[in-house]
Design a protein around this ligand. Structure first.
Ligand SMILES: NC(=O)c1ccc[n+]([C@@H]2O[C@H](COP(=O)([O-])OP(=O)(O)OC[C@H]3O[C@@H](n4cnc5c(N)ncnc54)[C@H](O)[C@@H]3O)[C@@H](O)[C@H]2O)c1
Length: 459
């Protein structure tokens, strides 16, 4: 495989763009990150990382000689590989909004030259978007030539919170497009495919990891693989939650049940944790995106719709549990532990905590919320919600009528729960992430199980 360093341009320096930039720079390529957000680019130029992602800052800083940040799209001229990593948020009807992608293509188009350049779609986009990008380039790029400019679909599978490990040691690399373009992509990813790079100290190679599978396919199949993968994972989560609800009725323990079923190698344990359901920028958007693609063809997708409905029900389940204990929310002090949609990220998009805080405030509760990293971001992005930020986790317990565990941050496991519960007005914990391992001197509600054992034992 070719070892030459590639000249890479990355359009969009969000969670995916920055992860991709860090990965490709670490593989030895020269990377230019381009974004329309001037503040973000200025931060990156000052070596400040605009998002929270474990290990990312270190990896970017250790590869600064390979990295350039700019708002100037003319940097595309030098690139042989141009990654599009812009957001594709859902529109009101659930279809992915492609305006950022279309603008990015329009911005890069004038700078395509006469040499071979591969335009790689990493954003999650509806099936057929690869063809749309080709058509836009035909219309907007004066030098567009279908014999040297190729569009590839290379969906991203990283998870926020473990983006580095997912990027450096992926299960598979999916590449959709024509053979010439896919051969080029294999040369870009050669050190990753062969695992010939030196693992960074912040993300050592897992012991039993060998190398990623490479899936070569068509544009359309690659685009579909991303949606189908996310939809399947979302189904697994909702399935566990549906079974958990029934466990509560019949007295079974969801964790013992998922352990029992997960040992079947056809099923596996991952994504079977019962709790508050999924959030974040992907599962909700991508399940809705597939349903809306089906709708275009008058093709119903009832399984996916059910997964979405069960996910919404999990958020309501927390409110129902509170109401069962407290009768009314009016004047009740409710503490919320965790705001990010999952631990180890500051991402607040479609966070379950948002729905909970909004609903509790509507019902008249006084809400105090805490998050180890996402509070500052929440103060900017959730400024329309009625809640106060806690100075520390302990503050959400003070004189509270109930505390909800909404995100399973590790540091919440380390809290002195007995001491904190003693500061509550009414000791009621809604552990919607099944984080607690032992009973407390408090009423504790978990999802699909009851806490057993000695009160106050260490977590
Ligand atoms: N976040 C994830 O965990 C994840 C995982 C897999 C796939 N994806 C997909 O990857 C894509 C990007 O997601 P993200 O979470 O990184 O989004 P993000 O919102 O964090 O980042 C998008 C970036 O694109 C920039 N941008 C917008 N318009 C632009 C333009 N015209 N030119 C250049 N930059 C522009 C924005 O300023 C922003 O910095 C989405 O399609 C998403 O579905 C995300």
């Amino acid at each position: 495989m070719s070892r030459r360093p590639h000249q890479i341009a990355i359009l969009g320096t969000g969670y995916v763009g920055l992860g991709t930039a860090a990965l490709l720079a670490h593989l030895g390529h020269h990377v230019t990150g381009i974004d329309v957000d001037v503040c973000k680019i200025e931060q990156l130029q000052r070596a400040e990382i605009p998002i929270y992602e474990p290990g990312l800052e270190k990896l970017l800083l250790s590869n600064t000689s390979q990295l350039t940040w700019t708002t100037d799209f003319s940097a595309v001229q030098q690139a042989d590989t141009i990654f599009i990593c812009v957001g594709t948020p859902p529109s009101a009807d659930g279809t992915p909004d492609l305006q950022f992608l279309q603008t990015a293509v329009a911005s890069l188009a004038p700078y395509l030259g006469r040499k071979q350049q591969i335009i790689v779609n990493k954003s999650t986009v509806p099936i057929g978007t690869g063809d749309l990008v080709v058509r836009l380039l035909e219309d907007l790029a004066p030098e567009f030539d279908a014999s040297v400019h190729y569009v590839v679909s290379n969906p991203e599978f990283l998870r926020e919170g473990s983006a580095l490990e997912d990027s450096l040691y992926p299960d598979r690399i999916v590449l959709g497009g024509l053979d010439t373009a896919l051969d080029h992509m294999i040369s870009v990813y050669a050190p990753l495919i062969e695992q010939s790079f030196t693992p960074p100290a912040s993300a050592p190679r897992p012991e039993r990891y060998t190398r990623p599978a490479v899936v070569r396919t068509t544009l359309q199949s690659a685009e579909m693989i991303k949606y189908a993968a996310n939809a399947f994972l979302a189904l697994k989560v909702s399935f566990a939650n549906e079974i958990a609800g029934l466990c509560e009725h019949v007295g079974a323990d969801i964790e013992e049940v998922t352990t029992g079923i997960g040992l079947d190698s056809r099923i596996g344990h991952r994504f079977l944790q019962a709790g508050l359901g999924w959030g974040g920028s992907c599962f909700g958007k991508d399940t809705q995106g597939l349903i809306s693609a089906g709708r275009e063809h008058a093709y119903a997708m009832p399984i996916l719709q059910a997964a979405i409905d069960v996910n919404a029900r999990q958020r309501q389940m927390v409110i129902n549990k509170l109401l069962r204990h407290l009768r009314t929310m009016k004047g009740k002090r409710i503490g919320v532990l965790g705001m990010a949609f999952k631990p180890n990220t500051d991402d607040l998009r479609d966070a379950p905590a948002y729905t909970l805080i909004q609903r509790l405030a509507e019902l008249g509760a006084v809400v105090t919320a805490h998050d180890p990293v996402a509070m500052a971001r929440a103060e900017r992005e959730w400024s329309h919600l009625k809640y106060s930020s806690a100075v520390n986790a302990a503050q959400v317990f003070q004189r509270a009528d109930a505390v909800i565990i909404a995100t399973e941050w590790d540091e919440y496991r380390q809290l002195d729960w007995e001491a904190l519960v003693a500061t509550m007005r009414r000791p009621l914990i809604i552990d919607s992430r099944n984080l607690l391992r032992h009973p407390l001197t408090a009423q504790v509600e978990q999802v699909g199980r009851e806490l057993k054992g000695t009160i106050g034992a260490a977590l």
